[in-house]
Design a binder for this molecule. Structure first.
Ligand SMILES: [Zn+2]
Length: 284
């Protein structure tokens, strides 16, 4: 059982509306209490969420969740570089079908990960090319993952040109990487990594360099529980209800009021992913 008392109490009657653009809500750590997770998200002001699809199976699950909660949950459909080997020519058609679904607002997560190298690099590059093409065909933005592969990642994105938009999700890089992504026209997804004083402090001064219209917020739950969150849930599981905590850190780093950042990042997410206004129940 999860401890419900760990969700942050809303500080005002209606906390500022936020959108979690990256939550792995299909993860089995949410199986026992997914509805409670969504209720805590709503209480914290998280009005819409993008459920990350990172494999064919995971994308199917993300779409199913979005269908169960229309207007509140949306899905991405894609194959994470860790799973790149599953994206054979035969299964590429399967991904195309999934990505076509109306609940799917972005293709991904896709990209390159040379940190863990769970899939051969050639397979990763091939899967990345394929998904960039798919996004262009469907006219949907891309949800991008990159780790320890900046040069190849950038080269492939440049090769595909500026014909489509997307987000560099869970940005943890340094200034040159940030500006390379901004020059490509990408939005930047900031997670609770920024709340980690050991490995995320370098992100704080970069926050002012991201234009309002390109700054998105995400938990990447169940991963990346903000390190400075108090009290910490016993499970160490991250969830959308902690998004205001991340937002407050980012707003502080930008010298903005939380409400200002909430308004701009929510508008930015809604614009990039073409999201409708949230259903009334979610805004209560
Ligand atoms: Zn990722």
């Amino acid at each position: 059982m999860q401890n419900h008392s760990t969700a942050p109490a809303p500080t005002a009657a209606s906390p500022p509306a936020l959108i979690d653009i990256g939550i792995n809500l299909g993860h089995d750590s949410y199986d026992a209490d997914r509805d409670a997770v969504l209720a805590r998200a709503a209480a914290a002001g998280v009005v819409q969420m993008l459920v990350t699809g990172s494999s064919l199976e995971g994308s199917r699950h993300a779409i199913a969740l979005a269908q169960q909660h229309p207007g509140l949950l949306f899905a991405t459909a894609g194959v994470h570089p860790h799973h790149a080997a599953e994206l054979t020519a035969a299964r590429a058609a399967e991904l195309k079908e999934l990505a076509r679904a109306p609940e799917v607002v972005a293709v991904g997560e896709c990209g390159l990960d040379y940190f863990r190298d769970f899939a051969p690099r050639a397979a990763q590059r091939q899967a990345f090319h394929l998904q960039l093409e798919l996004a262009r065909t469907l006219g949907k933005p891309v949800f991008l993952h990159q780790r320890d592969s900046h040069a190849d990642f950038l080269a492939i994105l440049r090769e595909h040109g500026l014909g489509h938009t997307g987000v560099a999700h869970c940005f943890t890089g340094k200034r040159p990487e940030l500006h390379a992504y901004l020059e490509l026209g990408l939005a930047i997804g900031i997670t609770g990594w920024i709340c980690d004083e050991r490995r995320g402090a370098h992100l704080l001064p970069l926050m002012r360099e991201i234009p309002q219209a390109r700054l998105l917020l995400e938990t990447d739950g169940p991963y990346l529980l903000p390190r400075d969150l108090e009290p910490k849930p016993a499970t160490r599981r991250n969830e959308p209800a902690y998004l205001p905590h991340i937002a407050a850190t980012v707003a502080g780093a930008r010298g903005e009021a939380l409400e200002t950042l909430a308004r701009s990042s929510t508008l930015a997410a809604r614009t990039l992913f073409k999201l409708p206004e949230p259903p009334k129940a979610a805004t209560m």
